[in-house]
Design a protein around this ligand. Structure first.
Ligand code: HAM
Length: 437
């Protein structure tokens, strides 16, 4: 069809798509509430300044930004983190600690089109403010796992890769790198999975080629895949900072193991996260097969609330996306079927009977039953066909003969049985007939 189409990377949600999306949101919302998180919302349009330098170069290049009619530089939100920091920062003194908040909202990034990446997508964001210790990481990673396990996904379907930007900085410092070199090296680590050795080109241009033995040490750290291996790699360094971090690592992993979630989490220092504001633990969730882009990402960002004008407030959080989650659920056959069947289909004899039927139809709906009826006069045969095609469990028959007797016929469309009920007892009769379901 010629004519208008939605913009690239933006989706129409037809009822079937919408019901799948609602299912995802429902599971996230229920899970967050079980973990004691409170829901909030925020503006979709923000001052451009909120994202400049705070989110990082990659997101900044992808902003849907423009000048509004008052000449303000504004942007559609690409993520929730700066906004929620601004909100919490403004009222931090009045909020009960720990502050555990979540939201479900739409975000906009001008991304290159690829599977699992769109320009408008939804995220579930969950963040904890005011807790500096690794207890916050335990709570959030457990929530992240349950936000996926709540759909029926298991440890064979997805896992969380846990890493630590602090640990990287302390390790690189122990190897003799200064802060600027360490930042450049972390960019290389971030790109290493995709680009291999080429990832180190940027570092070489700025700081000269990495000596082979240093590079080996960086690569060895990047490949660490377990706590014992991590402890062994760090054992030769007598650094208090490194041992303090290892204590936090043991706490996080032991806490998650005690919750029965040990199999969902793996130590993986190849993850460092592109966003500029992360300061400590960082984590990402992926499907086990590795077919899809990241399901979720997050980490600690202890400086951002302050950078945005608020108090010094430690924070950790993550976001799960609806696009990759939806793809994974479909792959695993866990996307629910779209069910629209009414409870009751009302079959109406003619115009004269319509009025009597209308009173009951509305009363049924007000009582919470799904009731449908034909908009126009139709032969009985056609109405019964429509009733069975609709998937309704019951047909209520309002014919001239029935109404003359003061009754309505209730036909069970599954077992084809039929009985008569007094017209003034239709609601109770429907409730009785459906209660066996
Ligand atoms: P992020 O890694 O940029 O983190 O995004 C988190 C998740 O959102 C991704 O893993 C992915 O599922 C989804 N997502 C991101 N971009 C797109 C896209 N273009 N299309 C579809 N899905 C996408 C953040 O946004 C951080 N603000 C998370 C956070 C919260 N950190 C602390 N608190």
């Amino acid at each position: 069809m010629a004519g208008f189409q939605s913009l690239p990377g933006f989706r129409d949600f037809y009822p079937e798509d919408f019901s799948r999306r609602q299912h995802i949101f429902r599971v996230w919302r229920q899970t967050a509430s079980a973990f004691g998180f409170q829901e909030y919302d925020a503006p979709v349009l923000e001052p451009l300044e909120l994202y400049k330098t705070k989110s990082g170069d990659e997101i900044e290049a992808q902003l849907f930004s423009f000048k509004d009619k008052g000449d303000r530089e504004v942007s559609l939100r690409p993520e929730m983190t700066p906004t929620v920091c601004r909100m919490v920062g403004a009222k931090a003194g009045a909020l009960k600690r720990p502050i555990k908040w979540f939201s479900i909202a739409e975000f906009y990034r001008y991304e290159r089109a690829q599977k699992g990446r769109l320009r408008a997508f939804h995220q579930f964001n969950a963040d904890i403010f005011g807790e500096a210790g690794p207890e916050a990481e335990i709570e959030l990673i457990a929530l992240l796992v349950q936000c996926l396990a709540g759909f029926g996904l298991t440890k064979d379907d997805f896992y969380v890769r846990l890493s630590d930007r602090d640990l990287w900085f302390f390790y690189l410092e122990a190897l003799g790198f200064n802060e600027e070199q360490s930042r450049a090296l972390l960019t290389a680590v971030d790109r290493f999975e995709k680009m291999g050795d080429d990832a180190f080109k940027g570092y070489a241009e700025a700081h000269g080629a990495l000596p082979a033995d240093q590079k080996d040490k960086v690569l060895a750290f990047l490949k660490v895949k377990g706590l014992a291996e991590l402890e062994a790699t760090l054992a030769p360094f007598k650094s208090d900072k490194l041992s303090a971090r290892l204590t936090d690592w043991r706490k996080v992993l032991a806490g998650l193991a005690a919750m029965g979630l040990g199999d969902f989490v793996c130590v993986d220092l190849a993850v460092v996260r592109g966003l500029a504001y992360y300061t400590g633990f960082v984590f990402e969730a992926f499907d086990r097969k590795g077919d899809l882009r990241a399901l979720a990402g997050g980490g600690r960002y202890n400086d951002l609330v302050k950078k945005l004008g608020g108090p010094d407030l430690p924070a950790v959080g993550f976001a799960i996306g609806d696009v990759t989650t939806g793809l994974l659920l479909e792959q695993r056959g866990l996307a629910p079927a779209h069910v629209t069947a009414p409870d009751v289909y009302v079959v109406i004899g003619g115009e004269a009977e319509r009025k009597a039927a209308f009173a009951d139809i509305h009363a049924l709906r007000a009582a919470g039953f799904k009731a449908e009826y034909p908009f126009r006069e139709l032969a009985f045969g056609k109405q019964f066909k429509a009733a069975s095609e609709s998937g309704a469990k019951l047909a209520l028959i309002y014919g001239g003969d029935e109404l003359a007797k003061g009754i309505v016929k209730v036909r069970n469309l599954t077992d084809r049985t039929e009985h008569e009920v007094p017209k003034n007892q239709v609601i109770a009769a429907v409730r009785d007939s459906l209660s066996g379901d």
